[in-house]
Design a protein around this ligand. Structure first.
Ligand code: NAP
Length: 280
């Protein structure tokens, strides 16, 4: 991409966005690769979202990330939607095309899957049943990525069963909605367990899930990265399971975005991890 030679602008569009780690990540990579550019906060309240999007090409932005509460709201406002983002029903990244049109992607779910592969290079979606707990935005993107990765059986557990049923209907695939009361038993024979709820994040109680039926060779992933080890991951690690937290998801969703905007596929290095962990 010849774009690497000129000053590049990207940012994160949300409301609020001050808490975001994305500037730390992308500005680290810009400095690491000696690229002229900057990644900035783009706070925009919902009523200004159309104007904010129109401002991206007008101001010469290469694109932006999209976060709460705009991930769904941007969809009717942008010109092209990538198939994965269409399936998920949410956009987390926008590229400004050379003609000024906007193209929306969703890299969250694949970021989570790549985080699993980083922790276990031979991880496969079809090596055994997958259990996903949660049916919110994170679960939706992870479920879509797991289906695309070739999962053969996904047990989708959520406290509010109707949301699991709706999500399974929205994303055709080998998805079996499981009732909350049956969550412990749903871990039997599972190769990959995913927490995509808010339970276990800083200030919240632990996910209420007994691990007794979970095979000890299963990998356990959590979308949460603050704290770095949730009570679920601590319990899984204590009984011998391999574990991976949500930092890999955060870092891996950002890599294809940086590549699209700045023309270089960046790496996840110990230095980057230290820089992000220093913001916690
Ligand atoms: P969300 O859309 O609000 O969904 C929340 C989920 O948590 C729902 O499934 C909800 O179940 C469940 N839940 C809430 N309280 C519960 C309780 N007391 N017991 C059992 N389940 C409960 O949230 P989200 O956007 O999907 O985010 C989920 C987590 O993923 C958050 O901690 C977020 O920080 C993290 N995340 C991480 C990344 C990353 O890059 N690593 C990216 C996105 C999100 P109900 O349907 O029953 O309410």
């Amino acid at each position: 991409m010849s774009a690497t030679k000129t000053f590049g602008l990207a940012g994160i569009l949300g409301w609020p966005v001050a808490h975001s780690r994305s500037p730390a990540m992308h500005n680290y990579w810009l400095a690491e690769h000696g690229l002229p550019g900057s990644y900035v906060l783009l706070p925009a309240p919902p009523e200004r979202l159309p104007a904010a999007l129109a401002g991206l090409p007008a101001l010469g932005f290469r694109g932006c990330n999209v976060t709460t509460p705009h991930k769904q709201a941007v969809m009717p406002l942008i010109d092209h939607i990538d198939p994965m983002a269409a399936r998920i029903g949410a956009v987390n990244m926008i590229v400004v095309e050379p003609d000024g049109s906007l193209r929306g992607f969703n890299t969250d779910g694949n970021g989570f899957v790549q985080g699993l592969r980083d922790a276990k290079p031979d991880w496969r979606a079809d090596e055994g049943p997958i259990a996903i707990v949660g049916a919110g935005g994170a679960a939706r993107s992870i479920l879509a990525a797991m289906i695309e990765a070739g999962a053969r059986e996904i047990r989708l557990v959520n406290r509010t069963h109707e949301k699991a049923l709706r999500l399974a209907a929205d994303l055709p695939g080998p998805v079996v909605p499981v009732r909350w009361e049956e969550r412990a038993e749903a871990l039997r024979g599972v190769a990959t367990l995913v927490n995509a709820t808010t339970q276990g994040s800083a200030g919240k109680p632990a996910l209420d899930l007994a691990l007794d039926a979970l095979p000890r060779d299963a990998i356990v992933g959590d979308a949460i990265y603050v704290p770095p080890e949730t009570p679920l991951l601590a319990a899984a690690r204590a009984r011998g399971n391999r574990t991976v937290n949500g930092l890999g998801m955060l870092l891996n969703q950002a890599r294809p975005a940086f590549h699209a905007w700045f023309g270089v596929m960046p790496s996840i290095t110990p230095g980057l991890k230290r820089a992000i962990e220093a913001t916690f």
